[in-house]
Design a protein around this ligand. Structure first.
Ligand SMILES: Nc1nc2c(ncn2[C@@H]2O[C@H](COP(=O)(O)OP(=O)(O)OP(=O)(O)O)[C@@H](O)[C@H]2O)c(=O)[nH]1
Length: 767
């Protein structure tokens, strides 16, 4: 029983409370006892205690409810002071086994007799009833007390108490919850109740089915509603955590993104109502509502995002085309998504894809269909090609919106994308007229590739020129494969001259394609396509072997062996066996390692996975030299010097061409030679065509040169003839006389010589 604050008077207390106060005189008041909780039930509790005092004709009444940590006094009536409460005495008085207790005289009661507060407060008569749920669970206790001795029989009091308890039980939150549980379990909507601390305390069957483990009791509400998936995470957080206000609550609704029990992304409409000190959420799955989000047949849904998949898109295109619709497709590809997976893991990568799906859904016009096309690509199908021009600015805005950083698992993630756009326009369709529903997508994919090539956040619309280029590229790739198989590639060598001694020091091996119809082709016509082709590693290996073989046969000049420079394709650096292949080429040819120089391009130097660095170190440890091509033209030149083991840099021809006239180029070349000197590297300049350039390069400290001033790149036999003709005078008298046209005079095959000269005159030699 409660230990009450001492009461002042006992006489005349029959209809007035102990320590009667103004508040106690008001039958609607709780008698001045402070509201023990803020649970918003004060009104119903007060009404209940008023009924208790009336029904039992007692001036004092008290209500305890069971909470997490046991019984808690939640309301009093007729007491001036807050009672100090002793649980053990209350439990001893009433329980599930003994639901009603009437104590006509507290002074002789075994539990209460010794209680100094009860007796001190002068409570002569006390009665209490347990409030029990239908399953017998104790929900609370209601009690009354009086300072006077009572005339009613204990049976009468017990009977009234039982009626009171039955009435009280029906009004309690626990009972309400049990009843609501029955109703909720019977319904189709998912219902989740979250307490004031943001933890789930109840989820009905539909919610458990929809949300799986995220709806288990004790889970934070953020597991049900991941903020990272929401379009406006702050607003959703505020909405979920706004204080409950039962009684004045106006249920509010909003669209939320959740992950279902299988991890798929779903869109739900959620209605929020206050519940006790927390909230109840009623959820309705609207993922598939509306024309834009029609439920795709099974097997046509992407499990991660819940969106229709590629097959569904093809089916939609087929169906719409059947109705004569003119269509448009925007293919959206994330930029550098691989890096997100690699840096943050696939789980975060998956969430990022879901976030993107959510943002796209929010943007989607009602007459469009959103599809996860595959990997990090999404497709949007429009039924209205007529509005093509109006779509572009809206898609540009979409790209900017997608680029808003998002927070995933406490990681800030930036998601940028590009879009390729294609419409059923006459010339575009003509380009792919036989390719069915995938044709339009192929055009969009081509446009996407062009957008990606242009950089990040780019949008490109398909043009027929893109297709022509793609077709040309494919033909070129087939041609390159055939050319390699038929042995049409050959290496030419451009001499390199040591400026200090004036002696030829080596040559750079340069690839040529002797095309059966188009004659000798310079690399500019095919080298990019070859570098991208699957045959690049095989061609690169052939170049390596051939160059080593040729160089092994070159004469020793002035006691020095000539070195040969070989350019590697970036793809060769993906080959774990590259070093072994270099060893094999040296072994097979007999060329000493220090006569081989590997030339790097920026694409190789830019790799920051450590592979290039490790490979180069292994090559250098064998005595093979490493040179960095086109120095100064790329973004990575300086950082590369710092990172990669390089013996020398090659000054790009673009800085040499106007060296004599241009102060800027002079400054650049001077700087490069200075930087190289500070890194203990040698410098070679390419594209040297005049003596004046040589004078300046020598003055700046450049070590070697190559260019038309000495010779163009020559076929192996011509190069060997050049060596025998120009050594030892080659260096001392740089062949001012040796113009590209002169070289043709040396050619055994007059047609080849003419072609070579013409090519060389038209464009510089490329690697
Ligand atoms: N987390 C996750 N990653 C995926 C999924 N499907 C594909 N990927 C990854 O998406 C990445 C796509 O890589 P790429 O095609 O090189 O695309 P990218 O890195 O965006 O490069 P660019 O398109 O050139 O900008 C790869 O790392 C795939 O493993 C998926 O369902 N979940």
């Amino acid at each position: 029983m409660p230990m009450l604050a001492p009461r002042a008077e006992e006489a005349d207390a029959r209809s007035r409370p102990p320590q009667a106060s103004a508040a106690a005189a008001d039958p609607t008041s709780d008698g001045g006892a402070p509201a023990p909780d803020g649970d918003g039930h004060d009104g119903s509790h007060a009404a209940l205690l008023t009924v208790a005092t009336e029904l039992l004709d007692c001036p004092c009444a008290l209500l305890w409810l069971v909470e997490d940590d046991g019984l808690r006094l939640v309301a009093t009536r007729g007491l001036a002071l807050t009672p100090v409460f002793d649980h053990s005495r209350l439990h001893a008085l009433v329980s599930a086994d003994q639901p009603v207790a009437v104590v006509p005289d507290t002074r002789t009661h075994p539990v209460l007799a010794g209680d100094p507060v009860v007796t001190g407060a002068g409570l002569h008569h006390v009665a209490a009833a347990a409030l029990l749920a239908p399953d017998g669970t104790l929900l609370g206790v209601i009690g009354v007390g009086d300072a006077c001795r009572r005339d009613e029989s204990a049976d009468t009091m017990s009977s009234r108490l039982r009626s009171l308890a039955a009435l009280a039980t029906r009004t309690l939150p626990g009972t309400l919850m049990a009843r609501c549980r029955q109703v909720a379990e019977a319904g189709f909507s998912a219902i989740v109740v979250v307490d004031g601390r943001g933890s789930t305390i109840f989820a009905n069957g539909a919610a458990r089915e929809l949300l799986g483990a995220a709806a288990s009791p004790g889970q934070p509400v953020e597991h049900l509603v991941p903020l990272s998936l929401q379009l406006d995470p702050d607003a959703v957080s505020d909405w979920l955590h706004a204080p409950a206000s039962p009684g004045n609550d106006v249920p509010s609704a909003r669209e939320l993104r959740i992950r279902d029990a299988l991890g798929e992304l779903r869109v739900v409409e959620a209605v929020r109502c206050s519940w006790h000190d927390g909230i109840a959420l009623v959820l309705r799955d609207i993922t598939d509502h509306g024309g834009a989000r029609r439920e795709p047949p099974s097997g046509r849904r992407d499990p991660l995002t819940g969106l229709p998949n590629r097959e569904a898109l093809f089916a939609s295109i087929g169906a719409l085309r059947g109705r004569g619709a003119r269509l448009g497709v925007a293919l959206l590809g994330l930029d550098n998504f691989r890096a997100i997976n690699e840096a943050l893991g696939h789980v975060i990568g998956d969430t990022v894809l879901q976030v993107v799906a959510c943002r796209l859904m929010a943007w989607l016009p009602t007459d469009a269909q959103l599809v996860r096309f595959g990997g990090d690509e999404f497709a949007i199908l429009f039924e209205t090609a007529d509005t093509a021009d109006a779509l572009e600015p809206r898609l540009q805005a979409l790209l900017r919106d997608l680029a808003r950083p998002c927070e995933v698992e406490h990681q800030r993630v930036h998601v940028e994308a590009c879009i390729g756009l294609a419409f059923d326009e006459s010339e575009a369709v003509a380009a792919y007229e036989d390719s069915g529903s995938s044709g339009l997508l192929a055009l969009a994919a081509l446009a996407l590739r062009h957008a990606k090539r242009a950089g990040t956040l780019q949008l490109r619309r398909f043009t027929p020129a893109m297709r022509e280029e793609a077709v040309d590229r494919r033909h070129l790739d087939l041609e390159l494969r055939r050319a390699f198989r038929d042995g049409e590639f050959e290496l030419h060598y451009q001499p390199q001259i040591d400026l200090a001694s004036g002696v030829v020091s080596g040559a750079e091996a340069l690839l040529r394609w002797r095309h059966p119809e188009r004659g000798l082709l310079m690399p500019v016509a095919f080298i990019d396509a070859l570098a991208r082709s699957a045959i690049a590693p095989a061609v690169g290996n052939w170049i390596l072997q051939q160059a080593c073989r040729d160089a092994a046969g070159w004469p020793v000049l002035h006691g020095r062996r000539l070195k040969v420079g070989v350019n590697l394709f970036p793809a060769q650096f993906n080959d774990d066996a590259l070093v072994e292949k270099v060893d094999a080429a040296l072994r097979a040819s007999g060329l000493p390692a220090d006569q081989l120089e590997i030339e790097l391009t920026e694409t190789i130097a830019l790799r920051d996975d450590g592979v290039a660095e490790k490979t180069l170190l292994q090559l250098r440890s064998r005595g093979i030299r490493v040179s960095y091509d086109d120095f100064g033209t790329g973004h990575a030149s300086l950082s590369m010097l710092h990172r990669l083991p390089v013996d020398r840099v090659k000054i790009d021809r673009s800085f040499v061409r106007d060296l004599v006239a241009s102060r800027g180029d002079k400054a650049i070349v001077r700087s490069i030679t200075l930087i190289a000197k500070n890194f203990d590297m040698e410098v070679i300049a390419e594209g040297v065509e005049s003596r004046d350039q040589v004078v300046l390069l020598r003055e700046f400290g450049c070590h070697e040169v190559q260019g038309f001033l000495y010779s163009m790149a020559l076929a192996p036999r011509l190069f060997e003839r050049w060596l025998s003709d120009h050594v030892p005078q080659a260096a001392s008298a740089p062949a001012a006389a040796r113009s590209p046209a002169d070289a043709s005079l040396d050619a055994a095959d007059p047609a080849e010589a003419a072609a070579t000269a013409a090519m060389a005159a038209a464009e510089p030699c490329h690697g």
